[in-house]
Design a protein. Structure first.
Length: 245
């Protein structure tokens, strides 16, 4: 039988914010003693059944430090994890050197664009968070007027090697080529002839979903703003696996 890969975004796809935490839910992330993210008991049970049947590979925009704060239920430690929006591959917790070499080359090609964005943001009064380069992969900060500032940068500068994104108050400047879409293509080379189920909820996930064999959009939350159905994605994947098997 063909190998089945389950490539999944994490935040708002598999795990959810402490803002929706309730007493019965399972904490999967803490920082300095504070509970940050959770899964529901039903979601954790579904996840446990799913990973018996697939190779689970998290694909997240989280940095390495943020990813390593997560403790998956059932004692699961993924053998592979794509972090930094596709910029890094961890294999048994160790950065893959060939993957990293490719990322370094892409980032170097975009370094002028990244510097221009950084200089603009350092002068911007809307920015209220540290402007940082995340794991040598992309620029990140937070500001009050992300969309307006992105429009200004696009109009003012020729950023041919960099893409700009706004997710709420989070602003990203990411080199073209460092994305989840290219991460999926690289994983296909490592796991030829595999079936890929991909799940995600945001603009960052669109390319990965479009190139997967079976996309699952975590739209349950879009229709359910109170988060009463956080297990939407896992229910879909479980049903898909039942059909495949």
């Amino acid at each position: 039988m063909q190998k089945i890969l389950f490539l999944s975004d994490l935040d708002n796809t598999l795990i959810f914010s402490y803002k929706r935490m309730s007493d019965e839910n399972i904490c999967v992330e803490t920082k300095e003693g504070k509970k940050l993210s959770y899964m529901t008991p039903k979601g954790a049970a579904l996840f446990g059944e799913i990973i018996k049947r697939v190779t689970f590979i998290p694909v997240t925009t989280r940095s390495r430090e943020q990813y390593e704060r997560i403790t998956f239920p059932c004692g699961i430690i993924p053998g592979y994890a794509v972090i930094d929006n596709g910029g890094s591959l961890l294999v048994n917790g160790v950065c893959d050197s060939l993957w990293q070499k490719d990322t370094d080359m892409i980032f170097s090609r975009s370094s002028k664009d990244i510097s221009i964005c950084r200089e603009y943001l350092e002068r911007c009064t809307d920015v209220y968070f540290e402007i940082r380069i995340v794991d040598g992969a992309f620029l990140f900060t937070k500001c009050h007027e992300c969309e307006r500032n992105i429009d200004n940068m696009r109009r003012t500068f020729s950023l041919s090697h960099t893409e700009l994104f706004a997710i709420g108050d989070k602003l990203y400047a990411i080199p073209r080529g460092i994305n989840k879409e290219n991460a999926l293509l690289k994983l296909r080379q490592r796991f030829p002839d595999s079936i890929i189920i991909a799940a995600g909820d945001s603009e960052f996930d669109a390319g990965m979903l479009s190139l997967s064999d079976i996309p699952v959009f975590a739209g349950g939350l879009s229709d359910d703003p109170d988060g009463s159905e956080p297990d939407y994605t896992l229910k879909c994947v479980y049903r898909i696996l039942e059909d495949i098997l």
